[in-house]
Design a protein around this ligand. Structure first.
Ligand code: NAD
Ligand code: TDX
Length: 332
């Protein structure tokens, strides 16, 4: 049994991680979260008080970070500004939280010689051609495209440097696009589901040929737990579940699963610098740690996700109008 400090635990992946850990392990969890627009305290409702506590604060606050890192066995760092489109409008909080926040955590885990796991993304590698036979691996050179992915790349580099220069006991995972419950309505899949629930048409950027490698959030999180338990210190692990789909086919599938005509969507302005394709080769994770995804069927995982948003309107409704107003300003 370990005590885990989970940063960003009121966000999409961190809240699912916290819930999963409390339901499936003996570990205790303290969430440190600044409750930005993306954090939602209600995503953590109903968790056992004996093994869970919530602290509101920023990973950029050196004092609170030092105190919490010192008093826990492992820090799992999910907190980030996570949305590419926002990073075009205002990159500043991305640099602060993603780079400076990671720096503060690394300094604290170094001072107190604590185990650290860094959550990152496949976007640090840039993008692939549609017909490229190679996927991203642990040795693919970094080539980020957006302010978001550049700050995540910067944070990964800090971790690698703190491992090599100071012997910090860290691992990094770079995962592909997640879907599942508790994801903010700004993101692709929840935006389209909630548009349809509201009687509005889904919005497809550009040609819609862009490919993402979808993984269910629980599969991401079981991989993270394996890496924390048995990953080799200083190593990087790619997390992905061979779930490549282009955006057009995802919108058409959502429409079909929600009993709408498959062509009932709008083409809107493309994202500047829009990455074409991401694809993960998770061989190391599978072979070294024996990890396997449990959500093999994207269509049924998506159907469950649609049902979750149908049943949890009170969770997503407060963010919907302001999110759509921002998109409307960009013609998206
Ligand atoms: P999210 O935007 O849903 O949640 C981020 C959380 O971090 C929020 O609760 C927010 O309040 C909190 N936060 C933001 N700034 C903070 C600060 N300064 N101090 C403390 N807390 C702060 O993001 P997500 O989609 O759950 O992503 C979590 C992590 O996983 C990120 O590091 C992201 O880069 C990575 N990731 C995400 C995906 C994906 O598909 N969503 C894929 C791969 C990797
Ligand atoms: O309305 C939309 N229409 C659309 O076509 C939105 C919101 C998105 N898109 C496209 C853009 C992307 O090609 O869908 C794809 C997915 O978009 P996002 O949900 O914004 O995700 P992406 O930019 O791929 O990044 C996600 O995966 C990697 C997460 O947001 C990141 O945090 C993670 O690092």
């Amino acid at each position: 049994m370990s005590s885990l400090l989970v940063t960003g635990g009121a966000g999409f992946i961190g809240s699912n991680f916290t819930r999963y850990v409390l339901e499936n392990t003996e570990h205790t969890v303290t969430v440190l979260d600044a409750l930005t627009y993306a954090g939602n305290r209600s995503s953590l409702e109903g968790l056992p008080e004996k093994r869970f506590q919530f602290v509101k604060g920023s990973v950029c606050d050196a004092r609170i970070v030092d105190e919490l890192v010192q008093s826990h066995d492992v820090t799992v760092h999910f907190a980030a500004e996570s949305h590419n489109d926002n990073s075009m409008r205002d990159p500043s909080p991305f640099v602060q939280t993603n780079v400076v926040g990671t720096y503060e955590l690394l300094q604290a885990v170094h001072r107190h010689d604590k185990r650290y796991h860094h959550i990152s993304t496949d976007e640090v590698y840039g993008d692939l051609e549609l017909d490229d036979p190679e996927k991203f691996t642990e040795t693919t050179p970094y080539n980020p495209s957006s302010p978001y992915s550049a700050t995540k790349a910067g944070s990964d580099m800090l971790v690698k440097a703190w491992v090599r220069s100071f012997g910090v006991r860290a691992t990094i995972s770079n995962c592909s696009n997640n879907y599942g419950p508790y994801q903010h309505v700004e993101k692709f899949i929840p935006r389209q589901i909630t548009n349809i629930l509201d009687g509005h048409r889904p919005k497809l950027y550009g040609t819609g040929l862009n490919v993402r490698d979808w993984i269910h959030v629980d599969d991401h999180n079981t991989a993270v737990l394996e890496i924390i338990d048995r990953g080799r210190i200083g190593e990087v692990y790619m997390i992905g579940a061979d779930g490549e789909h282009n955006n057009t086919s995802v919108i058409e599938l959502i429409l079909t699963l929600m009993d709408q005509p498959a062509d009932a969507y709008d083409h809107v302005n493309d994202r500047p610098g829009h990455d074409l394709r991401y694809a993960i080769d998770a061989t190391r994770l599978r072979q070294e740690l024996g990890w396997r995804p449990r959500y093999a069927d994207f269509s049924s995982g998506l159907q469950d996700t649609i049902e979750w948003y149908r049943a949890h309107e009170s969770w997503w409704r407060p963010a919907k109008a302001s999110t759509e107003a921002q998109y409307a300003q960009a013609g998206q």
